[in-house]
Design a protein around this ligand. Structure first.
Ligand code: AR6
Length: 335
């Protein structure tokens, strides 16, 4: 089930549980903790007083009172002390404990802030990575929808090198596509001038088009393999289970069932791309799969170029792709 990365105020999230980045006393504080207590009202603090605090890396649950969520899961992330004091493990523990507690309380939708990345000083790009990796691992084994709620975009700057590589990949392609070589300019000019003077012959459809028009029924009877058929074939060829595939694609089980049961299902472009990534298709096959859904990688779209960058580099980790898309202010793949 999917991981969403969104920009929002976590107190506004209508989910089964929101997670609070608290301190060991559980008696409130600043940052997201302060915002949650203010929005939930004083009864939250009253219940927190009965919990006896919480160790770093662990989690406790309360009701959510005036918040739109049902529960608040309070967890405590580590204070950053340079990275050599088990901070990463403790932070991963904080996410895992919270997710397990959510599971034990039948929560299907959970929203996290970027734990430790504020007052506790954990470098934001690293905190973001731990969050995405830990939640991503958990979701491979459990059915739950998790939102990582980011307050400010700077919080998830991906590594500088990756950022620079993607930026130049975008530049190269974007520029190539938008450079107007002389011959293209000439052709465009002709197209604008042509109609009055041109003979109708000039506007006859190309041969393959005419052939198809001549025998439409025949052409329709010989439809190519559809998107859904190609998807299911590729899943089988790779010896994957359906669940492995839709999880790797960061796609909801219900959406997958729809695609599975309707051979003419037309997915959105991000969904088609997400499956190409989940199946680890080489670029040519990814293009073919996209084509089945009526799409193509466009070099006029940063979104497309970024996904293409990852496929071309054989990096099929959808969470990393989504980190990059988010860092470049694009919508995400899958869920
Ligand atoms: N919604 C979502 N994210 C938010 C919100 C909000 N309303 N407000 C802040 N953030 P922090 P920590 C982001 O400092 O580093 C408290 O005093 C914020 O931009 O809240 O784990 C506790 O009592 C940042 O990225 O938590 C502890 O003493 C992230 O939430 C201590 O701070 C976490 O920042 C915990 O420090």
């Amino acid at each position: 089930m999917p991981l969403h990365i969104i920009r929002n105020d976590i107190t506004a999230m209508k989910v089964d549980a929101i997670v609070n980045a608290a301190n060991e006393s559980l008696l409130g504080g600043g940052g997201v903790d302060g915002a949650i207590h203010r929005a939930a009202g004083p009864e939250l603090l009253k219940e927190c007083r009965t919990l006896g605090g919480c160790k770093t890396g662990e989690a406790k649950i309360t009701k959510a009172y005036r918040l739109p969520a049902k529960f608040v899961i309070h967890t405590v992330g580590p204070v950053w002390r340079g990275g050599g004091h088990g901070e990463r493990d403790l932070l991963a523990c904080a996410y895992r404990s919270s997710l397990e507690l959510a599971l034990a309380n039948n929560c299907e939708t959970v929203a996290f802030p970027l734990i430790s990345s504020g007052a506790y000083g954990y470098p934001r790009d690293q905190a973001f990575k731990v969050a995405v990796d830990t939640i991503g691992d958990f979701l491979l084994a459990h059915e739950m929808t998790v939102s990582l709620v980011i307050f400010d975009r700077a919080a998830c700057a991906i590594g500088e090198k990756l950022f620079a590589d993607i930026a130049s990949y975008i530049d190269d392609r974007y520029v190539a596509e938008h450079t107007d070589p002389e011959e293209v300019q000439y052709r465009r000019a002709m197209a604008f001038e042509a109609p009055a003077a041109a003979s109708m012959e000039k506007f006859r459809p190309p041969a393959p088009c005419r052939a198809a028009a001549g025998s439409l029924a025949e052409a329709l009877g010989q439809l190519d393999e559809s998107f859904s058929q190609m998807l299911l074939r590729k899943i089988d060829e790779r010896g994957m289970t359906d669940a492995q595939c839709y999880k790797r694609a960061n796609i909801d089980r219900k959406l997958f069932s729809k695609i599975r049961s309707d051979i003419h299902y037309k997915p959105s472009k991000p969904t088609a791309m997400a499956f190409a990534v989940a199946l680890e298709l080489p670029l040519e096959e990814a293009r073919e799969m996209l084509g089945k859904a009526g799409f193509a990688f466009s070099h006029a779209s940063r979104f497309d170029i970024i996904v293409e960058y990852f496929i071309a580099h054989h990096n099929y980790n959808i969470l990393e792709i989504n980190e990059a898309l988010f860092a470049f202010d694009q919508s995400l793949l899958g869920g």
